[in-house]
Design a protein around this ligand. Sequence first.
Ligand SMILES: *Cc1c(COP(=O)(O)O)cnc(C)c1O
Length: 405
Amino acid sequence: MFADVKDQLATELEEIRAAGTFKNERTISTPQSAHVEAAAFGEPAADVLNFCANNYLGLADAPRLIDAAKRALDERGFGMASVRFICGTGDLHLELETKVSEFLGTEATILFSSCFDANGGVFESLFGRGDAIISDELNHASLIDGIRLSKAARYRYRNADMEDLRAQLEATRTQNEGAPARRTIIVTDGVFSMDGYLAPLDRICDLADEYGAMVLVDDSHAVGFMGATGAGTPEHFGVPDRVDIYTGTFGKALGGASGGYVSGRREVVDMLRQKARPYLFSNSLAPSIVAATLTALDLVETSAGLREKLFENAALFRRRMDEEGFDLLPGEHAIIPVMFGDARRAAKVADAMLAQGVYVTAFSYPVVPQDRARIRVQLSAAHSSEDVEACVQAFVTARGATEVC
Ligand SMILES: *Cc1c(COP(=O)(O)O)cnc(C)c1O
């Protein structure tokens, strides 16, 4: 039986390779940090400077998180071996839910195994036939998939385009045979990860008020470092209490292990505990991860230094790359895309940089629009100014070595 499928899959894999979109993985044999030892298949491992992790605050190998995780291993064991509602709710899980609510300034929080699961559970539980979900076209795959699971009417607006969002809101007013949608929600990433652009949450909340819609923000690329206290893009835009539902991950700035959450209005969270399938039918987070994430939130609350270092590095990188004449997308986030346009050029520059010991990733169509190929640089508080300068110098050398002739 498998023989036919084997040939089909082999052909499809060959097509992916031929299209140049095959994803190879590098193996890292050290903790995730500014410097890692990394190897591609068949190559010896080399020490490289890492500019492509989501390790914004440099907490992935922080001794205090590791200590907290070790203590939890000793005191709470390795795994919960249960979903939450049977016998998988630890005191630490409840503590982390309370802590996330305090940190974001929300009423309640529910944990998931990942943000992918949080987004997979939130829509189907709250929105059904007769409702409307309006989604930014560049939203994360997990939001797109989660929205698909709901029976609500689906609308899409052009990236951060408020005129188009208004048009979609207008359409919900007559969607039910001339009658308005029962519940309407606007769904957006807080930060669009390919560009480092922020969603205009102030204007989104204004439109939501005007049309009586709710707002959901997935703040995975912002929680822990955007906003004055690190509470994310709603804080950055001064609209924390106008966002009804927050989703986010612990797998990026907050230690980078795993786990996600939905936070916001109490009734929303209460309903998710009853209905969200990835919560009801998937194992509870490991206690060591919960304990270390509590420590990560403590660190964010008590030391602004990590955020300051991150944005200092981002500003330094921007200034130096400008001076060297590179084309950067404008912005204020620690994701800084260096534009090359041509996909082969971007890939060649990334390869040449790796040969110099600087690890960055090139992105091209279909991940980004045609002729908008780029190298996405991600800064971290773990980088020193010397690391940032080394990255700039690697760009300069690689540009020279790959000049089109
Ligand atoms: C990374 C990311 C996720 C996935 O988070 P996990 O916890 O790794 O599943 C979801 N949404 C957005 C916007 C992300 O950037």
